[in-house]
Design a protein around this ligand. Structure first.
Ligand SMILES: NC(=O)c1ccc[n+]([C@@H]2O[C@H](COP(=O)([O-])OP(=O)(O)OC[C@H]3O[C@@H](n4cnc5c(N)ncnc54)[C@H](O)[C@@H]3O)[C@@H](O)[C@H]2O)c1
Length: 400
């Protein structure tokens, strides 16, 4: 079996760079497999490609595509001593596979583009959305050719964008092609241009962000016609993961949840991007779904998100759950989740890449519903409780 390419959109951000670091550390036997779902017993017969056969590449809009190595430097004090130094050659080699991305469709710069003022995005020079898609597609197919890769999986880990209320001119593929070819502004948000490039390049596609990506009927149909698997949206890595496990507890015991309020503090570039109320709304929407959909009643729910730079990539979430039990007695539960955001996400990116590549290799197109447990807002899957989603995943792998 030949290797496959993992193409990251937003490659030198926190999640992209720590994914590269993790991949290198695993290949070199420098890190345990903690945090990797696919290393669990349920996947021992899953026929997944080994870490040593994955090649990294990607798109980035930072000047000169930024530096994965520099970004990883921010994590050096959080990880085992010496690991980054030993992984440096891999990071340098993969850095050469990064290509300038596009900002077309991003609106008025309303996308998370990194914290440092030095890292401001380069202006998009693509004449039209169609031209941008053609260039991005060529980057992906060129990567596949240059590294003699059997398959490519594209994962969106770029900054969160504002999700448009509607997209015009995208009712049919023919319509969309016409509107994409017009000079100037893009009818699709940036994340959907990348999704389309992935489709045209014959790659599997995963959207780890709350952005729109492939989640438009016309794009999904196009992927399915081309025999390609896809999934999204918004990785479930921390507070929402806990919520999706805790909320069923109240259902099982018929306890009446009156309110569930969560407050998140984060200090990484993603947190900085979420200062914009329109960008924050995309995140709040996907974070708020879980409790509202799992619980039968109509509890008051609220998700607060604040940027606290001193925290860096450490994220803190405090949740307060107010509920009523027998004889009307009111009780409460509180939890605090403290995680290193990107180090929770990075292993899932590697899991998703290997799992998506397997479906691509097997010729199984369409939404990878069995991957619902990885997402806050899983496409086409109504089950949001973690145990239901876990069952979907394990069942998929027991049908060998
Ligand atoms: N635990 C987690 O970290 C977690 C969980 C769920 C979802 N996510 C999502 O993952 C994404 C990445 O998070 P992060 O912490 O790495 O953010 P980040 O800001 O560190 O990285 C985003 C990267 O995307 C790049 N970028 C922005 N616009 C781009 C474009 N048009 N084309 C190519 N590159 C572009 C930026 O320059 C930056 O390097 C965010 O959307 C976030 O919401 C993260």
């Amino acid at each position: 079996m030949r290797g496959f390419g993992l193409w990251l959109v937003g490659a030198s951000g926190y999640v992209g760079s720590t994914t590269a670091l993790g991949l290198s550390a695993m290949r070199r036997g420098l890190a345990p497999t903690d945090g990797l779902v696919t290393e669990g017993r349920a996947f021992q017969w899953a026929d997944l490609v080994g870490y040593d056969r994955i090649v990294l590449g990607g798109h980035e809009i930072k000047p000169a595509c930024g530096s994965m190595l520099e970004t990883c430097g921010e994590f050096e004090r959080l990880i085992q001593t010496g690991v980054l130094g030993k992984c440096r050659p891999d990071l340098r080699r993969w850095q050469k596979n990064l290509r300038p991305g596009t900002t077309l469709g991003a609106g008025s710069g309303r996308r998370g583009q990194g914290r440092s003022p030095k890292s401001s995005a380069h202006a998009s020079t693509d004449a039209s959305a169609a031209a941008a898609i053609e260039r991005l597609t060529a980057d992906m197919t060129g990567f596949r050719r240059a590294h003699k890769l059997e398959n490519v999986v594209v994962i969106n880990v770029a900054g969160t964008e504002v999700v448009p209320k509607s997209v015009r001119g995208a009712a049919t593929w023919a319509n969309l092609q016409k509107t994409l070819a017009r000079r100037g502004a893009s009818p699709l948000p940036t994340s959907s241009l990348y999704a389309l490039a992935a489709i045209e390049a014959g790659a599997a596609y995963i959207n780890f962000t709350p952005s729109l990506g492939i989640d438009l009927p016309v794009l999904r149909r196009r992927a399915e016609e081309r025999g390609l698997p896809y999934m999204g949206r918004d990785g479930k890595t921390g507070e929402t993961l806990v919520k999706s496990i805790l909320a069923p507890l109240f259902v099982f015991r018929n306890l009446n949840v009156l309110s569930w309020v969560g407050y998140n503090l984060l200090g990484n570039p993603d947190g900085a991007a979420l200062k914009d109320p329109r960008v924050r709304a995309s995140k709040q929407k996907s974070k708020d779904l879980t409790v509202a959909k799992i619980l039968a009643g109509k509890p008051v729910t609220r998700v607060g998100i604040d940027f606290l730079p001193s925290l860096g990539d450490r994220k803190l979430a405090w949740d307060f759950i107010h509920f009523r039990g027998f004889l009307g007695a009111e009780m409460s539960l509180q939890f605090i989740w403290q995680g290193v955001d990107s180090l929770l996400a990075a292993p899932l990116i590697l899991d998703l890449a290997r799992l998506a590549e397997r479906e691509l290799r097997r010729g199984a197109p369409g939404p990878m519903r069995h991957l619902a447990c990885f997402f806050k807002d899983p496409m086409t899957v109504a089950q949001l409780a973690m145990h239901d989603q876990w069952r979907l995943l394990v069942k998929h792998f027991s049908q060998r």
